[in-house]
Design a protein around this ligand. Sequence first.
Ligand code: GAF
Length: 359
Amino acid sequence: MTGTWAAPGRLNIIGEHTDYNDGYALPIALPHVVTCEAAVRSDDVVRVESRQYPDDVVSVRLRDLARNPIPGWSRYPLGVVHQLRDRLATGLDIRIDSNVPVGAGLSSSAAVTCAVAVAARDLACPDLTDDDLIRITSAAENDYVGAPTGTLDQSASLLCAVGHALFIDFASATRSQVPFDLEASELAVLVVDTNTPHTHADGEYADRRAQCRSAAAALGVKSLRDASSVEQLDDRLLRHRARHVVTENARVMAVVDVLRSGRDLRDIGPVLTASHASLRDDFDVSTKELNRAVETALATGAYGARMVGGGFGGSVIALADAANCDTIADAITREFAVAGFRTPRTFVATPSSGARRVG
Ligand code: GAF
């Protein structure tokens, strides 16, 4: 048995650092994907290779998959197999290829784990549900790779649909597809990958999670999802962190309302920009490159712009007239050159399909 599966990177339209606070988010899938060619073997060996890391092919017996894997790209696919090791009767051959930008805040790693997970489900574990796959892929990243992420990226990569954004309520683990037809309004979402590395991202991310937990405890709520006001928090830092989460959840609902009610999509622009200000000022996860890209996009006619993903580097999105995207991209590239920043990479994103079998 053999086949090919694909899972996309994700672009979060709004709802940042809300997933681990039982909040809301609204991602789309990118057209960029990780593909996973997979085949069932007759022995108990798992062999993983990647076109991006041709010198790093790993073969390991299922029963020898250690809890503490060797570092390297193979932790991602092997982390998924590790989660499934008791369900697999035989080993697998796994060949990965990817055109999802790496280190750009666009979930290249979740695209790997999700591509492997859907392949393993279809080949060997057909009873796995979507919720199982989200649990398995995020456990692979949390327990095996050691990245303390929430479930936004995996949910988006697995469940997004063409032409739609995915509204996720993390408290109830419910999701619904919301039509997101940019073309009909002659609009586009421009992505600007600032091409800056996520310095200290893991430690800072874990710190933010801990601060959110402390803020919830001080407010006497189970999670920040349940907080309505944060002004009674004496600790200034915790008050700012909590305020980001509470206001960000409200912003997700405001954007969903625009999309569902069929109002002018331009109305979501100021909400995106407010999200950026909150991530910059209250959550403190932005960078000078991200801020400059947002400011330049707005000064060049974007209706709204914000950083996306965990922060400390990565990408910005700008909602703009489709006809204006090249002008905005050029202005940001020029501005980065003048500032001595790295050359950004830009592209227009269309709401694409979640994980699926492609061959
Ligand atoms: C990263 C994490 F992996 C997600 O779980 C999420 O918290 C995001 O940062 C911020 O919204 O992508």
